[in-house]
Design a protein around this ligand. Structure first.
Ligand code: SF4
Length: 377
């Protein structure tokens, strides 16, 4: 199903992967388990012979979600709920939902109430990840998830099965990392849209299959430097709709680094294969970069952004703001002020999942990068 895709297929599937996931579930007879971002250990779900799918909103209209979540609730949370309530709910046999912010904390109860016949489990990530007790907490949560999935499926996941799953997921991240390096250094080879489509689809389909496509795509690339690109850093949680990447491509912006959950934070999820798999998964939770809702220190966010900007020799930072994301709303004013104080150009790009027009986004981004000409560009 996903082992011989070309770049065009990947871009199309990343926009709407669900028909192909349905077909795959029919063909294999396997169950599909949905998760929302971030940091659910998908390797554990996969080790039970289930397909973990990261749910990243829908572009279809909101119909039922507004009766559960008000208009000023996070756009991604509303869109995810809509996807499950109106469009794809029957595809999922269960959900593992992380609680990373106040919205997701309430949301997991809404999902539980609305899907009484399905398996619904929570994954509770510690909010204060720099406390000594946080690692113990994460390990306990992973063990609790293994036990819960075991009761639901009637199966066990041996250490061998967990390590085999980790190896497939690690391979996926290594391939994406290599593709990122090619795109970063030779922006004429891969567009932003193509690269981030590979990232997104990796979080939604069977990686054992998709890794084969990624390898073939990577081996078939001919490095092209391209001309007139401006290197930028993308900061945020996720960036949607995918047409925003068309805007970056149109403006010849080369994303050379990011802090996205479906970007570098995903790539940072390589877990060690030398030892106990649960320890390895717990350890990697703390190797990942800043993620606003589960850390309590905006200074860390700033330091990571500044470091990335300098390391990658970027010309500007683009902050992707998801409408009504409470965590971002909380951090953004301080972060923006600190970045500006540092003399780093920053553009805040507002996104909304059900948006139908991006012309305003294009105009504002154009104006920002025009204003940098003669300065940092
Ligand atoms: S962290 Fe922000 S984007 Fe994610 S669910 Fe919470 S409010 Fe929404």
């Amino acid at each position: 199903m996903w082992e011989s895709l070309n770049l065009k297929d990947v871009v199309a599937l990343a926009r709407d992967p669900y028909p192909s996931i349905r077909q795959w579930a029919r063909d294999t007879g396997k169950k599909v388990v949905g998760s929302t971002i971030a940091d659910v250990p998908e390797e554990v779900i996969y080790a039970f012979d289930l397909l973990p799918v990261t749910i990243l909103g829908t572009h279809k209209p909101l119909k039922k979600a507004p009766s559960h979540l008000p208009d000023n609730a996070c756009s991604l949370a509303r869109s995810n709920l809509e996807l499950a309530l109106s469009y794809e709910g029957d595809l999922f046999s269960g959900f593992v939902l992380p609680q990373v912010c106040d919205t997701t904390q309430h949301l997991s109860d809404i999902w539980r109430i609305n899907f009484p016949g399905k398996y619904v489990e929570s994954f509770l990530a510690p909010r204060q990840a720099d406390r000594p007790s946080a690692r113990y907490w994460v390990k306990e949560e992973i063990e609790r998830l293994i036990s819960s999935l075991g009761k639901w499926t009637g199966k066990t996941a041996s250490n061998e099965a967990l390590n085999a799953s980790i190896a497939i997921h690690n391979e996926n991240k290594r391939l994406l990392d290599e593709l990122y390096e090619i795109k970063r250094n030779f922006p004429g080879t891969l567009t932003n849209k193509q690269f981030f489509a590979m990232m997104k689809l990796s979080m939604q389909v069977d990686k054992a299959e998709f890794n084969k496509s990624l390898k073939t795509i990577k081996d078939g690339l001919k490095a092209k430097k391209g001309k007139g690109y401006t290197d930028v850093i993308l900061v945020g949680i996720t960036c949607d709709p995918p047409e925003i990447f068309d805007i970056f491509d149109e403006l010849k912006l080369n994303i050379v680094g990011d802090t996205l959950v479906d970007g570098t934070r995903y790539l940072e999820g390589i877990a060690s294969l030398n030892g106990n798999p649960v320890d390895a998964l717990a350890d990697r939770h703390f190797k990942r970069g800043f993620f606003s809702p589960i850390h309590d220190d905006v200074f860390k966010n700033f330091e990571e952004t500044r470091k990335l900007y300098k390391e990658k020799k970027a010309k500007a930072v683009i902050f992707v703001h998801i409408e009504f994301c409470e965590s971002q709303e909380y951090d953004l004013p301080d972060l923006k002020a600190m970045i500006k104080n540092e003399g780093i150009p920053i553009h805040v790009l507002d996104t909304e999942y059900q948006t139908t027009s991006l012309s305003g986004v294009l105009t504002r981004a154009q104006a920002f990068f025009e204003s940098l000409k003669g300065g940092s560009l």
